[in-house]
Design a protein around this ligand. Structure first.
Ligand code: AMP
Length: 299
């Protein structure tokens, strides 16, 4: 199959109760595509400014990530600043500067237009829609978003949601969309709005994967030292879809395994700041942790 990932490539300033890191490389598209690259060769649609490090682009290419859909524009790369409290599930956005994303009007090339799987990572829903319009016959469309877009661009977000098969969201986002507090009822409402599968992410507690008639629970790896939770959600989605892209089917057991691989990728990302932990990660590390996940729920 072939996987196109749309998302931001960014500079992030991150503050945790223990440390602050200025302008490290982040972005929903960066995290998702690097996580996916452990399973397949994803294609990225994004934009950066001339200030984005060439070494990171070279590293991504070396990881078999197709960057023909990456535009390098005059101007500054997207910037995001966030702060985590003592509870790593709680974060506050302090600053968002869209910069080059302001004028980004991507035109997908032929290979991108023929993609079978599309991940609409967290970016402006107008842009998500514009890109999805260009993909001819996607077999599987997945989407991620954040409270900012649900609140500021609800109509565009709902329009895109209607065309989506898998939706990744946390409890807060699900409640914001549906205005329903009970998670199960909220997910049922969400499924009526489009996506047959809803992955309800629960930070350090893992995720619940809702199908039409089944629910699968996946744990998060018990991590003793959460250094930087940024990118966990994007890496989950990237790992999940990267794994699915390598298969020919998407039956219930495939979705369950994909969810575990998603959780495995998220568990590595949070062990260090930014992309650091992914730099020296091996396939063997991934399989070892996958086995740990299996052992956690075997009885
Ligand atoms: P996650 O922790 O998985 O939710 O993703 C965090 C990443 O999303 C960071 O690296 C940010 O650069 C990126 N991000 C935050 N806000 C936005 C936004 N409004 N649009 C696009 N990307 C964003």
């Amino acid at each position: 199959m072939s996987l196109v990932i749309v998302g931001s490539m960014a500079f992030d300033t991150i503050e945790t109760p223990f440390e602050r890191r200025e302008r490290i490389v982040g972005g929903s598209g960066t995290y998702a595509s690097i996580a996916a690259s452990f399973f397949t060769a994803p294609k990225v649609v994004s934009v950066v400014g001339k200030d984005f490090p060439e070494a990171v682009i070279a590293w991504m290419k070396k990881r078999n990530i197709d960057l023909t859909g990456l535009e390098i524009m005059e101007g500054k790369t997207f910037f995001w600043e966030g702060r985590y409290g003592d509870d790593p599930n709680q974060r506050t956005t302090l600053k968002t500067e869209v910069n080059v994303f302001m004028d980004f009007r991507p035109r997908l090339n032929e290979t991108y237009r023929n993609a079978e799987i599309v991940l609409l990572g967290n970016i402006d829903p107008d842009l998500q829609e514009e890109i999805l319009d260009q993909v001819r016959h996607p077999k599987l469309v997945a989407m991620d978003t954040i409270a900012l877009w649900i609140e500021s661009k609800r109509e565009a977000m709902l329009r895109t949601l209607k065309r989506v098969n898998i939706f990744f969201a946390n409890d807060e986002e699900i409640r914001l969309i549906t205005k329903e507090n009970n998670l199960v009822r909220a997910v049922r409402l969400l499924q009526e709005l489009g996506p047959g599968i809803v992955v309800a992410k629960k930070g350090e507690h893992g995720a619940l994967v809702f199908n039409k008639d089944r629910i699968f629970g996946v744990l998060a790896h018990p991590c003793e030292n959460v250094v930087d939770p940024t990118g966990a959600g994007d890496s989950f989605a990237g790992g999940f879809l990267g794994y699915i892209d390598g298969l020919k089917t998407m039956k219930d057991p495939d979705i369950r395994r994909a969810s575990v691989y998603g959780s495995v990728m998220a568990s590595f990302v949070i062990e260090d700041f930014g992309m650091e932990r992914l730099k020296n990660l091996s396939d063997e590390d991934i399989e070892k942790r996958y086995a740990v996940f299996k052992d956690l729920v075997s009885f």
